[in-house]
Design a protein around this ligand. Structure first.
Ligand code: ATP
Ligand code: MG
Length: 335
């Protein structure tokens, strides 16, 4: 048993670079010259405490899903460390992670339940699978546990014999959540879990997720484009921009008084969630390319409303601006 004061998840300076390939799928550069690299995740620190819910936001392509795949160990990091209950899981190759005891403790809920469910498996089979493979249950014990888990996600028993195409979006989402919580993981990683659902169904599923977290005492890493959802569900929020965390802090504080100009712009676009900005802040300019970005300049500089000379001289690192709140900006907004 690890020390209970150790955070559940500790990610330090984790990186994932993808080599860019030529059209033919073969690296187009000679051995002497390094291929250009796409910096999908570039030195991210993250801690999640036991029972804590952390939101991860940022525009499309900033590296949220890549970070999630590193944490759930379906992708191997290029560098940095990932520890779960103090034990290094970042060094275990993704191909071997499935056979570790940590595998059942870190579970994932995917964006589109249709993609993640096997069309030839009934809801019962889908929920039973992790219980059989990782929980080693069979026979009566397995059937009883499937019923129990279906109850947890409020999935009517009479629907368990149905195939995915015979279920609604909301019911498929419940099956996806049931699979993830069946083994009572301590960390649930949710990558846009309701993005594929109708708005009315979204609310019901979010309510279910909030309820399950409380009942099962899980920690959440919650990726969403919807800042209102993050505000409702998360204790803490991390804002990513081009592979890096630009701001991280208590959700209430970040939403009410964002310190990074990118966070301010992001929040200013949400009605009723202006984040201290009186008007919508439109980002002008072109985003920096994620391919071999200049290490000596701030990645947000090209679009930043207040970019100055210092921003092209050195890249800002995350610095504490208050308890649990940090910002990577040379000129943060006053809190
Ligand atoms: N397997 C891969 N090979 C090459 N590049 C990749 C790969 N996976 C992701 N990328 C690139 O890494 C960057 C981050 O992608 P990622 O999917 O993590 O973004 P995201 O924040 O989840 O975006 P979205 O909000 O659209 O889901 C993008 O530039 C993407 O094109
Ligand atoms: Mg994504």
């Amino acid at each position: 048993m690890s020390d209970p004061s150790t955070p559940l998840l500790q990610v330090e300076q984790v990186r994932k670079l993808f080599p860019l390939k030529s059209g033919g799928g073969v690296l187009s550069f000679g051995a002497a010259r390094r291929a250009p690299m796409l910096h999908a995740v570039d030195g991210v620190d993250l801690e999640i405490g036991r029972g804590e819910s952390v939101g991860l936001v940022g525009e499309s392509g900033c590296g949220k899903s890549t970070l999630v795949r590193l944490i759930t160990r379906t992708l191997d990091p290029t560098g940095g460390s990932i520890r779960f209950r103090g034990e290094d899981i970042g060094g275990i190759p993704a191909s071997r992670f499935a056979r570790t005891p940590q595998r059942r403790e870190v579970q994932m809920v995917f964006q589109d339940p249709t993609d993640s469910l096997n069309p030839r498996h009934t809801a019962r089979d889908a929920i039973a699978e992790p219980l059989r493979l990782l929980g080693h249950l069979s026979g009566q014990a397995l059937a009883a546990r499937v019923d129990e888990v279906a109850g947890l996600v409020q999935m009517p028993r009479e629907l368990l014999g149905r195939f995915p195409h015979q279920l609604s979006g909301g019911q498929k989402a419940r099956v996806g959540i049931a699979r993830a919580v069946a083994l009572e993981p301590s960390l649930l990683v949710l990558d846009e879990p309701t993005a594929a659902l109708d708005v009315s169904v979204q609310a019901v599923i979010l309510h279910l997720l909030a309820d399950l977290r409380e009942r099962l005492g899980m920690s959440y890493l919650f990726v969403s484009h919807d800042l209102n959802i993050v505000r409702l569900l998360c204790d803490r929020v991390m804002v990513m921009y081009l592979g890096r965390v630009v701001e991280s802090g208590p959700a209430r504080e970040v939403f009410e008084a964002p310190r990074h100009p990118y966070t301010r712009a992001l929040l200013s676009a949400i009605p009723g969630l202006s984040g201290g900005a009186a008007r919508r802040i439109r980002l002008e300019g072109d985003p920096t390319s994620p391919v071999d970005p200049d290490p000596a300049r701030c990645r947000f500089h090209g679009r930043c409303p207040q970019g100055r000379d210092a921003c092209t001289a050195s890249s800002p690192v995350l610095q504490s601006t208050g308890p649990g709140h940090s910002v990577a900006c040379h000129f943060p907004e006053p809190g």
